[in-house]
Design a protein around this ligand. Structure first.
Ligand code: IPD
Ligand code: CA
Ligand code: CA
Length: 278
């Protein structure tokens, strides 16, 4: 498997899509529809960019499968799947907050982050043009510069990235977990794009990261970038990274974070949030 060729294709796809997002963003972005609930938006741009990515992949890699946030699964025969998030950070895109990205990855095996083997990926940050790529065993880089994660001296000195889901009951639980974590770290950042969070971690802009509820397309490229930059990337209770929990950072401090999240039952049951509408 030529993972460097796959990395080059992921980069070309993500950068071209990023140009489409940059050039086409109207001054006021409208919400075209909502998905899981009223605060989970989709814009015309999410749909247009994903459609273009799908056309390009069908032309360049007709035997590969496609899993994308905004469209139906496409079956393939090669055993490889392209995992697409046309805009990761759609709420930021909507409001004009700078942290949003195109995320493109290609994985082998089952289409499940806990079990797949990520081969290559690219996260292209639309506003500043930063482009992070990784190839399995070939390292991670940003715009040609090799990346290495920070080695924080302790949990207490670590800057921690995280994010929240769209469902009120999930957010209520995430707030409780955050209350347990926040007094024990340097500070937290909620930047609004899981893909960028994982790439910032890879280059030392964050020390640690965790989030519950990520979809495969949120983490496919970013988790590979983080891992290839030397991060441990996993879940709680011996599981792999995925929807139940994704944690990333350098050992041994990331192990302390995993323990803290396990103690807080961060992947535990979510009760309906009082007074919130779903
Ligand atoms: C979201 C972003 C956000 C994370 C959410 C994701 P979207 O993706 O990655 O940072 O906290 O869990 O759903 O909806 O903007 O593609
Ligand atoms: Ca996303
Ligand atoms: Ca998205």
């Amino acid at each position: 498997m030529d993972v460097e060729a796959l990395r080059a294709l992921a980069r070309s796809l993500a950068c071209e899509a990023g140009e489409q997002v940059r050039a086409g963003r109207p001054e006021r972005v409208e919400v075209a529809a909502t998905k899981s609930n009223d605060v989970d938006p989709v814009t015309d741009m999410d749909r247009a960019v994903e459609a273009q990515l799908r056309r390009r992949i069908a032309a360049e890699r007709p035997n590969d499968a496609i899993l994308g946030e905004e469209g139906d699964d496409v079956a393939g025969t090669s055993g490889l799947t392209w995992v697409l998030d046309p805009i990761d950070g759609t709420v930021n895109y909507l409001y004009g907050v700078a942290s949003y990205a195109v995320s493109v990855a290609v994985v082998a095996g089952p289409v499940d982050p806990e079990r797949w083997t990520a081969l290559a990926g690219c996260v292209h940050s639309v506003v500043d043009g930063h482009t992070w790529t990784a190839a399995r065993g070939g390292g991670a880089e940003r715009d040609g510069r090799p990346l290495r994660v920070n080695r924080p001296e302790s949990l207490a000195r670590s800057l921690l990235g995280t994010g929240f889901g769209y469902a009120p009951e999930r957010r209520a639980r995430q707030g409780e977990v955050l209350a347990h974590v926040l007094p024990r770290v340097r500070d937290i950042r909620r930047l609004g794009s899981a893909a960028i969070d994982l790439c910032l971690l890879a280059e030392g802009g964050l020390d640690l990261y965790y989030e519950r509820g990520l979809n495969p397309w949120d983490l496919a490229a970013g988790a590979l970038v983080a891992a290839e930059a030397g991060a441990w990337v996993g879940g709680l209770r011996g599981r792999g990274p995925g929807s139940a929990m994704t944690v990333a950072g350098a050992t041994p401090v990331v192990t302390e974070l995993v323990r803290l999240l396990e103690d807080a039952d961060a992947d535990g049951a979510e009760a309906p949030a009082k007074g919130a509408e779903g």
